[in-house]
Write a protein that binds this ligand. Structure first.
Ligand SMILES: [Fe+2]
Ligand SMILES: [Fe+2]
Length: 166
């Protein structure tokens, strides 16, 4: 299995988008199913933003200074997603705003993923060697093991606080 950092992150993106599509086609009255899909989204996004925030972003910022602005914008997009994820975590699937909030989360994360994949991941690949990307990927795989899986865990909260003060 490849440990290339970009391959790993793109695989996460694929999994996240699949759950988004399932939500979008679940239908108006599939409250239980949509609740489960949002639980899955919350878990996937909590783990994914954690490994990007903790490893990928700081490392790219250090190694590819030209991408500083992209990284800062990405941190802000993660923060917006974190806010929505935290609110959805506390919201019942039959709440009036549940679908609307989820739709906004899907739109904003989809846009963010597109920017990562199309705008700056290719520049990271061009700047870092295979070996560096492999090492980065190994560190992310290890971080995944201890990553928070819900926004209620303290390590997930730390990530939100960091986004505000760092
Ligand atoms: Fe991201
Ligand atoms: Fe990502």
């Amino acid at each position: 299995m490849s440990t290339d950092a970009i391959v790993l992150l793109k695989n996460d993106h694929k999994e996240i988008r699949k759950v988004f599509r399932e939500f979008e086609k679940a239908g108006e009255n599939a409250t239980v199913k949509k609740g489960q899909l949002v639980d899955k989204m919350i878990e996937l996004l909590t783990v994914h933003t954690y490994i990007e925030n903790e490893i990928m972003y700081p490392e790219v910022r250090k190694l590819v200074p030209d991408l500083e602005d992209d990284i800062l914008e990405s941190y802000e997009e993660h923060h917006v997603a974190d806010v929505l994820v935290t609110e959805l975590f506390a919201l019942s699937p039959d709440a009036e705003r549940f679908d609307a909030k989820t739709t906004v989360l899907i739109e904003s994360v989809t846009h963010h993923i597109e920017e990562e994949e199309e705008e700056w991941f290719p520049k990271v690949r061009a700047a870092l060697g295979r070996k560096q990307l492999g090492e980065l990927g190994e560190r992310m795989l290890a971080a995944k093991e201890k990553a928070p899986r819900s926004p209620a865990q303290p390590s997930a909260l730390k990530k939100t606080v960091d986004a505000l003060i760092k």
